[in-house]
Design a protein around this ligand. Structure first.
Ligand SMILES: *[C@@H]1O[C@H](CO)[C@@H](O)[C@H](O)[C@H]1NC(C)=O
Ligand SMILES: *[C@@H]1O[C@H](CO)[C@@H](O)[C@H](O)[C@H]1NC(C)=O
Ligand SMILES: *[C@@H]1O[C@H](CO)[C@@H](O)[C@H](O)[C@H]1NC(C)=O
Ligand SMILES: *[C@@H]1O[C@H](CO)[C@@H](O)[C@H](O)[C@H]1NC(C)=O
Length: 272
């Protein structure tokens, strides 16, 4: 009886691992304007595969890219080249985007400004490599700047996101108010004036946001980056090293220790 439930649990844990399995690739770029000559900025980047760092990139170093895992030192030459060239090419793009952003903010490069880019994708690995999730987010001087939604293929700024949420909230409240009595007519009139004012401000802000999105769209093909992330993730997953797949065995080990060992202990006691 006990043995049967253990078998069932093992089977269950196996199913859990197979169906819940996923792989992720995440790039973290940081570009700084401070230590630059002639608008060529320092860029550093790390790549994380399944949440583990696999390399370090420093555009101003003599040897820009170093592997942080043994299997990566051993990948095919074309694959190493493809994945390194991506970092180099992205550095050029970020360099241009940082110039554009400093210009928009009226900043000068000598003050030292920072552009960060989080860019990644996640796939289920049930053989189909379905894309589960993608990230494409920029930050400037520590603040959210703009992000791209790889599914809807649209840009959004943090202000727009906030406005959209505020608009939804306001519509909800307006709806609720309509249902209430009409005693507050005077106050409503005042509020309408205020809302009109806010509307004007919002329109101004929206125009600014749209302009930023158009500008970024012009210089940066974000859709392409979403696709590229998936391609490189698939490329890395060809290398079925224990380093990549370790997360499952860790999971399984933890499962056995936490869930199964008390059961095994009990069944041993029953035998005695
Ligand atoms: C990148 O390389 C340059 C030149 O070797 C060095 O001065 C700088 O400290 C490095 N940056 C990081 C974060 O390692
Ligand atoms: C590196 O590749 C060689 C040849 O394909 C293989 O024999 C070796 O086991 C690999 N080493 C690692 C650490 O993956
Ligand atoms: C991205 O767009 C899709 C489709 O419009 C939407 O379902 C999803 O919630 C969006 N993701 C984020 C993070 O806003
Ligand atoms: C952006 O990249 C996508 C995917 O690679 C491509 O289909 C599209 O034509 C590109 N758009 C522009 C404007 O270059």
């Amino acid at each position: 009886m006990m043995m049967r439930s253990i078998t069932a649990l093992l089977l269950f844990s196996f199913l859990l691992i197979v169906t819940g399995d996923k792989h992720s690739l995440l790039y973290l770029y940081t570009m700084e304007s401070k230590t630059s000559d002639y608008h060529l900025y320092d860029c550093t980047a790390v790549t994380l595969l399944n949440d583990r760092q696999i390399d370090f990139y420093n555009s101003s170093s003599d040897k820009p890219r170093t592997a942080k895992q043994n299997w990566l030192k051993n990948i095919s030459e074309p694959d190493w080249k493809t994945s390194t060239e991506k970092l180099q090419y992205d550095t050029q793009l970020l360099n241009m985007l940082l110039d554009i952003q400093m210009d928009e903010s009226g900043h000068s490069q000598s003050d030292g400004h920072v552009l960060q880019w989080r860019h990644g994708c996640e796939q289920s690995s049930d053989g189909s490599l379905t894309v589960l999730n993608s990230i494409n987010e920029f930050g400037y001087d520590g603040e959210d700047l703009i992000q791209f939604n790889c599914t809807s293929k649209t840009w959004i700024t943090p202000e727009e996101k906030k406005n959209r949420e505020r608009e939804e909230k306001k519509n909800r409240e307006r709806e609720e108010k309509k249902n209430r009595e009409r005693e507050e007519e005077n106050r409503e009139r005042e509020e309408k004036n205020r809302e009109r004012e806010e509307e004007k401000n919002r329109e101004r802000e929206e125009k600014k946001n749209r302009e930023r999105e158009e500008k970024w769209n012009k210089y940066f093909n974000a859709s392409k980056k979403c696709v590229q992330c998936e391609e490189i993730l698939e490329m890395y997953l060809k290398y079925k090293t224990t380093d990549i797949t370790q997360s499952h065995s860790e999971y399984l080990d933890a499962f056995i220790v936490i869930v199964l060992s008390p059961l095994l202990y009990c069944s041993n006691k029953n035998l005695i």
